[in-house]
Design a protein around this ligand. Structure first.
Ligand code: ZN
Length: 271
């Protein structure tokens, strides 16, 4: 794909402001609103930011999740090997579910495990996230790409025992901190030509190619937009490759796609 790659992040500034930024030439250029809402540079900028949006410590700025979705629409069992590792059939149509926006966790944040009396097994799922750039209602597969703004990394953290027990997945996947997102949003990528990995404590647990998705990003946008309108800024989470497994307090989780970077989170026992 020859589309231009642009890199966007979001910062919490020492003065309390939360700003979307475009990362360019080692600087973070402040935008007046989210880039998918037509944000343009305000003229302010932060120096000392690397290509992945890490502000130098002395700036006092902190990276936060680079998204502001009205909804987070997710897809279950979208890689054959993952469907079979959990003993499920390969779906004949996309299996959709929602995570609440309150589950979003900033990059470098901490996933809070619920007490064991509520859930005993919390799994990592490393996934490609798609940010909708143009309102989508009943769009065709051929038109779907025009509705994509860019891509990010998402952890679809899941309390596996609750997922089975509840039937509905809202509680299992909707807890606070169960949706780490970031570190940045990148435009101009070929959604089906990426490699996603997940490491826990430096050991690789998941490694998958987005070319192995059962339903492509275009398939998912066409399918989902027949059911519900995808609004600008909505986050579509595209399913996890095989290798999911449990997290325990003290773990360090890293989800990576080379073209986007690495989303790092820690894991702690919740209060
Ligand atoms: Zn998932």
């Amino acid at each position: 794909m020859s589309a231009t790659r642009r890199h966007f992040g979001r910062l919490a500034l020492p003065d309390g402001r939360r700003v979307f930024v475009e990362l360019e030439g080692g600087r973070a250029l402040y935008l007046d609103r989210a880039p998918w809402r037509g944000g343009s540079p305000t003229g302010e900028a932060l120096d000392h930011v690397d290509a992945h949006g890490f502000p130098a410590r002395e700036t006092g700025a902190r990276r936060i999740a680079p998204v502001d979705p009205a909804k987070i629409l997710c897809v279950g069992r979208n890689y054959k090997a993952h469907a079979s590792e959990l003993g499920n059939d390969v779906p004949v149509e996309p299996l959709l579910f929602l995570k609440p926006s309150s589950s979003i966790l900033d990059p470098d944040g901490a996933i809070e495990l619920p007490p064991r009396s509520i859930a005993e097994r919390v799994d990592h799922e490393a996934e490609l996230g798609v940010i909708i750039g143009k309102r989508a209602r009943r769009v065709s597969r051929d038109d779907a790409a025009a509705h994509v703004f860019g891509f990010t990394l998402v952890g679809d953290i899941t309390a596996r025992d609750l997922q089975k027990k509840d039937g509905q997945w809202t509680r299992a996947k909707g807890m606070d901190t169960f949706c780490p997102v970031g570190p940045i949003v990148v435009t101009g990528l070929d959604a089906q030509a990426l490699t996603i990995t997940c490491c826990v404590n430096g050991q690789q647990r998941q490694h998958g190619a987005t070319s192995d998705m059962i339903f492509t990003v275009a398939d998912l946008i066409a399918y989902a937009s027949r059911v519900m309108t995808l609004e600008v800024g909505d986050l579509l989470v595209t399913g996890t490759p095989s290798g999911v497994g449990p997290l325990v307090a003290g773990d360090a989780l890293e989800i990576s796609i080379a073209e986007i970077g690495t989303l790092r989170t820690s894991v702690v026992a919740g209060p």
